[in-house]
Ligand binder design. Structure first.
Ligand SMILES: *Cc1c(COP(=O)(O)O)cnc(C)c1O
Length: 420
C-alpha cells in the first residue's frame, strides 16, 4: 500500500495548460521562463476564441447586439481587475498594451507636464528598462534629475539609503515591487508612506507581484501601479494602469483619437470621462476579455494558495541549487519556508557561459532565459553581462526542478570535462 500524498496545486492545474503537454527535442517540456511570460490556461484560450467565434464587434459605439455583448465583456474585465487589485473604483483601471505602455502613459501625461528643472525622480538600480527609459526621456525633456536607490549587501532594496535620497525636491518615486532578476520583494507600503510624507507621488511596477501574490493598491497606498496581462495567464497585448481617481482626472490625455473624446471640433476637442480618456482608438478587445478570464482563473485558485505553493517551490529550488558546483546566485536567500522572495533564480556558473547553459538545457527540453533580463544597469553592478534565470509559476512541479537541476549539473560537468 502506498501512502496517499496530497495533491499539489500544480498536480491539480497542469491539465488546464495545453502547451505544457509537449516534447521539446524529444524530452517533456519543462517551462521555467515564467518571469518573461506565463502560459495560458484553456479557460483563457477559450475566452479569446469565444469572443472571435461569437461576439467580435467594436466596443462602446454600437447599439447592435454584438457590439453590446463585446462592450459588456470588455467592461466586465475592468470590474474584475479593479476587484483583483482592490481599486476603489472601476474608473481607476486603464487598459494599456502592457506595463511598459502604462508607465509611458504616466511619464508623458503626468511627468512631462508636471516636472520642472531640478525636481527629483527616485528609481532603483534594479529597475526593468521599462521603468527606467521613460523616466530618462522625462528627465531629458523637463530637466528633472534621476536618483537611484542602491543594493544592500544581500542584494536587496537599500531602504536606509532610500531615506537619504528623499527630500522636498522628490516629486516621484517609481520602483519595482518584485525584482524580475534579484527576486527580492521591496517594501512598497513603507516606500510609499515615506514618499508621501515628502509630497511625492509613487508608481509601483507590479509586473512580478500581481501574478504571484495578493496585491492591494489601497494597502500599498501608491498613486499608480502597472502590470502586464501576459505574465498573469492572459494574452499578450493587454496590460493595465491603476491610478488614483483624482490624479487620473487631473492628468491630460496621453494619446489622442477615437474613444477618448467627448466633442471634437476641427481645432479643439473635449475629452471623455475616465477611464476612456486614456484609451484612444479601438482597444485590444479580445485580449481584454481574455484577461478577465485570467483574473477569474487566478481568483478561483486563490492568490494566497498560489503564493503559498510558490514558497514551497522556491524553498525546494534553492535547496537543490545549493548542490550545483560553481554556481553564484543573485538576490536574497529565501526564508526557511521559502517565503521572502520570488520563486525565481538568476545565476551564473564559474565553468559555463550562461548562453551555453540555456542552449544545452534546451536540448534537454528545459526552457530558461539568458541575458540581462531588461535590467542592464543591475547586471553592470553585478559585474555580469548576462545571467541565466529559471523562473517558476504555480503549474511547475518539484519533478521539474529535479530535472532542471540534474540537467544543469550534467551540463556543467560536461563542460568541465571537455575544458580538461
Ligand atoms: C516584464 C516586466 C516589465 C515589462 O513588461 P512588458 O509586458 O514588457 O511591458 C516591467 N517590469 C518588470 C519587473 C517586468 O518583469
Amino acid at each position: 500500500m502506498t501512502l496517499a500524498t496530497e495533491k499539489t496545486l500544480a498536480d491539480r492545474v497542469r491539465d488546464d495548460f495545453p502547451i505544457l503537454h509537449q516534447e521539446v527535442h524529444g524530452k517533456p517540456l519543462v517551462y521555467l521562463d515564467n518571469a518573461a511570460t506565463a502560459q495560458k490556461p484553456q479557460a483563457v484560450i477559450e475566452a479569446l476564441d469565444r469572443y472571435y467565434q461569437h461576439d467580435n464587434s467594436n466596443v462602446h459605439r454600437g447599439v447592435h447586439t454584438l457590439s453590446v455583448r463585446a462592450t459588456e465583456s470588455y467592461e466586465a474585465t475592468r470590474d474584475k481587475v479593479a476587484a483583483f487589485v482592490n481599486a476603489a473604483s472601476r474608473n481607476e483601471i486603464i487598459f494599456t498594451r502592457n506595463a511598459s505602455e502604462a508607465i509611458n502613459l504616466v511619464a508623458y501625461s503626468w511627468g512631462t507636464n508636471t516636472l520642472k528643472p531640478g525636481d527629483e525622480i527616485i528609481l532603483s538600480v534594479m529597475e526593468h528598462h521599462s521603468n527606467l527609459v521613460p523616466w530618462q526621456f522625462v528627465a531629458q525633456r523637463t530637466g528633472a534629475v534621476l536618483k537611484f536607490v542602491e543594493l544592500t549587501e544581500t542584494q536587496e532594496f537599500d531602504f536606509e539609503q532610500y531615506q537619504t535620497l528623499l527630500s522636498d525636491k522628490t516629486k516621484l518615486v517609481s520602483v519595482v515591487h518584485v525584482s524580475n532578476a534579484l527576486g527580492c520583494i521591496n517594501p512598497v507600503r513603507e516606500i510609499t508612506e515615506l514618499a508621501h510624507q515628502r509630497g511625492a507621488k509613487v508608481l509601483i511596477d507590479a509586473c512580478q507581484s500581481v501574478p504571484h501574490m495578493n496585491v492591494d493598491v489601497r494597502e500599498i497606498g501608491c498613486d499608480w501601479l502597472v502590470a502586464s496581462g501576459h505574465k498573469m495567464c492572459a494574452p499578450t497585448g493587454i496590460g493595465f494602469l491603476y491610478g488614483k481617481l483624482d490624479i487620473l482626472e487631473a492628468m491630460p490625455p496621453f494619446l489622442g483619437g477615437g474613444e477618448m473624446i467627448a466633442e471634437v471640433d476641427l481645432e479643439s476637442s473635449t475629452y471623455a470621462e475616465l477611464p476612456h480618456k486614456f484609451e484612444a482608438g479601438t482597444p485590444a478587445i479580445g485580449e481584454a476579455i481574455a484577461l478577465g478570464a485570467a483574473v477569474d482563473y487566478l481568483t478561483s485558485l486563490g492568490m494566497d494558495k498560489i503564493a503559498q505553493y510558490e514558497h514551497e517551490l522556491c524553498r525546494y529550488l534553492f535547496e537543490k541549487m545549493a548542490s550545483v558546483p560553481g554556481i553564484t546566485m543573485y538576490g536574497p536567500k529565501p526564508q526557511a519556508d521559502g517565503s521572502g522572495r520570488a520563486a525565481l533564480v538568476a545565476f551564473t556558473s564559474a565553468d559555463v557561459h550562461a548562453n551555453d547553459l540555456s542552449a544545452l538545457l534546451d536540448e534537454a527540453g528545459i526552457a530558461i532565459r539568458t541575458g540581462h533580463h531588461c535590467t542592464q544597469p543591475l547586471h553592470k553592478i553585478l559585474g555580469q553581462s548576462s545571467t541565466a534565470r529559471a523562473s517558476l509559476y504555480f503549474y511547475n512541479t518539484r519533478e521539474e526542478i529535479d530535472r532542471f537541476v540534474a540537467a544543469l549539473k550534467d551540463t556543467i560537468s560536461f563542460f568541465k570535462n571537455i575544458m580538461g
